[in-house]
Structure formats: structure tokens, C-alpha cells
Design a protein around this ligand. Structure first.
Ligand code: SAM
Length: 284
């Protein structure tokens, strides 16, 4: 009987090319093929380490079709490595369909650990990591993003998000409106790269710092927020989202936002946007 091959899920660097394990390199050199999210992008990593293994593309648009071919190779006894553009495959990246298919076929799935922006950011954040919630990317549309943040407002565990540069400012502004000025957050930007920055501050300070410097809005981001710890230390025991939700039952959006700003001390503009989002949701 033909012995099937192994599917290796190999972590690659998130910036600094030295952040790959000896074992990861050995596997990439020895497998039959490497399934890569973007073969051109991964080409630079392979070139850097003089790896000449053939690559096939496997991305969100062709994962199902490509999986069929890869499973065939595995059944023929060939080992295959799965990599993504950066970090650990499947963490906000393709590969779930392929690994599921391999399990269904009793093909061994072997993880080769290494970098991920998630763990790299968390370990430098100074936030509790005993338990945490990884949300990946928030929805691109403002209303859906705010709805998701509102649903997380009372989550006591550390929250972790990925974000793209063109959405980092609106995202942090929404967080300020929904979680409140005093909640501590951390922005981890360009990890392991030349402009690596890890900035930790209460959300009002963090938002002001981000908006004041366009350079801090470039690159790749992980945003982490401390979990809800109950009423704030300043003695303000009002949660902006809750106050707004109650006031919106009786008042127009503008007035509800103004009163919530007076009660909670949060910024009126941000509350106005949040109020629009809540009243849209209530209207549905
Ligand atoms: N699989 C990857 C991992 O293990 O981290 C993540 C892939 S996800 C498509 C890409 C997102 O991860 C980026 O938009 C950014 O939010 C985050 N990211 C990746 N590299 C990063 C870095 N060097 N610094 C900060 N965030 C990074």
C-alpha cells in the first residue's frame, strides 16, 4: 500500500527574514512542492535561503480547486508545505479548507511553529495574556465595525485585532467612542521591521498620538485593548454605549450624543457617529 505524504504547515517571518526556524527551512527545502498564498511574494524568502522547491499558489479564491490537486500529491506519497505571505498560515490567512481536507483523508498535518503578528504583538503589549480574544480584521464598513466593537465592549479578556493602514484611524476613533477614553490600548506597528513601534496608552492619548503623525499610520498593525474591568477609576461609572442606547429611546441622535458626552466625558463627534450606528441598528 502506498504511504501518503505529510502536509507541513510552516510559519514564515512577518518582516525580518531571520525569523524562520532551522526546521522550517529544512522542510521547505525537502518537500515536493510549496503551496504559497502569493508565489511572487514568497519567492523572495525562498531566494534569500536558496530554496528551489517548486511553488503552487493557494489563496482564498482557488483554495478548493487547488486542494484537490494537493490531496492527490499527498496520496501519491509526496510531502507538501503550506505557507502564507507572512507569519503562521490560517491565522487570518488561507489554509483551513486544505487542512480540513487532509484530516478527512487521514493525511498527517504537521505544524512547524514560528512567527505570527498575533503572538509577537501580545508578548510585548504589557496586557494580560492569560486569556485573550483574537478578532482578526474588523469589518471594513463603519456600521458593521461599530456593531462588532459594541458587542465586545464588556468582554473582560484582552482583545486583539489586525488592521490595514487606511482603516487604522477610523478604527481607533471608534474604539475610543465605544470603549471610552481611559481603556488602555496598544498599537504594534511594523513588527520585526525597521520602523517597529509599540505604543501603549489610554485610548484618548493613543488616538491623539496616531492622528498627529501620519508616519504612525503607515505599515502593518496589530491593535490590542485591555478587557473591560468594570467602572473606570476616575469615578465615572457610566458606559457611553449604554447611556447612548438608553437616551436614544427618547431623544434624537444629536441630543442623545451631546448628553452622553456631558455625562461620560467622551468626545461628542465620536458619540454622534456611534449614536447613528445604534439608531440604524434599532431601526432594523
Ligand atoms: N498569518 C499572519 C500572522 O500569523 O500574523 C497574518 C496574516 S494577515 C492577512 C496580515 C495582517 O497581520 C496585517 O494586515 C497586519 O494586521 C498583521 N501583521 C502582519 N505582519 C505584521 C507586522 N510585521 N507588524 C504588525 N502587524 C502585522
Amino acid at each position: 500500500m502506498q504511504v501518503c505524504g505529510k502536509l507541513y504547515v510552516v510559519a514564515t517571518p512577518i518582516g525580518n527574514l531571520k525569523d524562520i526556524s532551522f526546521r522550517g527551512l529544512d522542510i521547505l527545502k525537502s518537500v515536493h512542492s510549496i503551496a504559497a498564498e502569493d508565489t511572487r511574494h514568497s519567492g523572495s524568502l525562498l531566494k534569500h535561503y536558496s530554496i528551489t522547491t517548486p511553488m503552487v499558489s493557494l489563496h482564498s479564491h482557488n483554495e478548493a480547486a487547488r486542494t484537490e490537486k494537493i490531496i492527490q500529491w499527498l496520496h501519491q506519497g509526496h510531502d507538501i508545505a503550506l505557507i502564507s505571505d507572512a507569519g503562521t498560515p490560517l491565522i487570518s490567512d488561507p489554509g483551513c479548507y486544505l487542512t480540513q481536507a487532509a484530516h478527512k483523508e487521514n493525511i498527517p498535518v504537521v505544524p512547524i511553529p514560528g512567527a505570527s503578528a498575533l503572538t509577537t504583538a501580545l508578548c510585548a503589549s504589557g496586557l494580560p495574556v492569560k486569556g485573550f480574544i483574537f478578532e482578526g480584521f474588523l469589518p471594513a464598513k463603519a456600521k458593521a465595525r461599530r456593531d462588532q466593537l459594541m458587542a465586545l465592549a464588556r468582554e473582560p479578556r484582552t482583545l486583539v485585532f489586525y488592521e490595514a493602514p487606511h482603516r487604522i484611524v477610523p478604527m481607533v476613533e471608534d474604539m475610543l467612542a465605544i470603549f471610552g477614553a481611559e481603556r488602555v490600548a496598544v498599537i504594534a506597528r511594523e513588527l520585526t521591521k525597521r520602523f517597529e513601534t509599540i505604543k501603549r496608552a489610554p485610548l484618548d492619548e493613543l488616538q491623539a498620538w496616531l492622528v498627529a503623525d501620519a508616519n504612525q499610520q503607515r505599515g502593518e498593525f496589530v491593535v490590542m485593548i485591555e478587557g473591560y474591568q468594570g467602572p473606570t477609576s476616575s469615578g465615572k461609572s457610566y458606559d457611553a454605549t449604554e447611556v447612548l442606547t438608553i437616551l436614544l429611546k427618547q431623544l434624537p441622535v444629536k441630543q442623545a450624543a451631546q448628553l452622553t458626552a456631558d455625562i461620560t466625558g467622551e468626545k461628542k463627534n465620536a458619540l454622534y457617529k456611534l449614536a447613528l450606528s445604534i439608531s440604524d441598528k434599532n431601526a432594523q
